[in-house]
Design a binder for this molecule. Structure first.
Ligand code: 6GU
Length: 265
């Protein structure tokens, strides 16, 4: 899968995604990262990419021209790489162009799963007070935010999105890592983990984990997930119940801890 990022700070993207699992995934060719500098596409003689907002107000606005020209160049590059066969006149579908903005829909695991099906994704990182609306109208297919807070630009959000999407691409995680990738699948948070030593500064590992009794361990872990989700994300647990993600036994446990006897059958 190919990630194309249009930004004023390409080195921030390449460096930020070069370590650990995503670094390895690039080396092995499971994903490719193409960070493109929007400034390379300005026609301004002083290489400016921003200007004052019409109507006044604080800050600067990224001009439409460099953004649109940059996007067209990336699209052409993708078309060239995909359309190697001159015999087939087959029309490739246009890649999605995602604008990172606090004005977008909130990014979710479900959205990531859908985007992970694409062969190419183009991201536009805004800066200053935003991007000229005409550029957004012309090139953008999706507007995405990563949460209800304001960042200085789209670079950190795009790294978050690429990390989440990339780990869903086959080959990026090894089997062991991918087995652990089920969080949010059934609306429950992960259970607590422990490793050696058995006692650390007087704190012991829960007895059940040392028992070797796999069914009991599995049951305990699910209960811990339910307890944790109830404590910090009660709305997620409500979803889990609503979508019938809990077993009969787990529903009994749920009613015990919530004191909800109304659904007793
Ligand atoms: Cl995508 N961009 C900026 N600048 N701030 C954000 C955001 C995006 N998502 C949450 N806050």
């Amino acid at each position: 899968m190919n990630f194309h990022v249009m930004t004023l700070f390409p080195e921030m993207i390449t460096q930020g995604l070069s370590a650990s699992i995503l670094g390895r995934a690039q080396e092995k060719g499971f994903i490719a990262l193409n960070a493109v500098n929007i400034r390379d596409y300005t026609l301004d003689k002083h290489k400016r990419v921003d200007d004052y907002p019409y109507g006044g107000g604080a800050g600067m606005v990224m001009a439409a021209e460099p953004v649109v020209r940059c996007c067209r160049a990336v699209m052409e590059q993708i078309a060239k790489e995909n359309g190697g066969c001159p015999d087939t006149k087959e029309q490739k579908k246009c890649p999605r162009v995602i604008y990172l903005t606090p004005q977008g829909c909130t990014f979710t695991q479900a959205m990531a799963k859908e985007l992970a099906q694409e062969e190419d994704l183009i991201f536009l990182c805004g800066h200053y007070e935003g991007v000229d609306e005409r550029a957004i109208e012309m090139i953008v297919t999706d507007q995405v935010s990563i949460g209800d807070y304001v960042l200085t630009g789209g670079e950190l959000p795009v790294m978050v999105m690429i990390d989440v999407i990339a780990r869903l691409v086959p080959g990026v995680l090894n089997n062991k890592e991918s087995a652990e990738s089920e969080t949010f699948q059934d609306y429950l948070l992960e259970y607590p983990q422990y490793t050696r030593p058995e006692v650390y500064e007087g704190l012991s590992v829960p007895e059940v984990l040392l028992s070797g009794h796999h069914a009991k361990i599995g049951e305990w872990r699910r209960q811990q997930s339910i307890l944790r989700t109830k404590k910090v994300r009660p709305e997620l647990l409500a979803q889990a119940v609503k979508e019938e993600c809990l077993s009969k036994k787990e529903m009994k446990f749920y009613r015990e801890i919530t004191g909800d006897g109304t659904k007793e059958k």
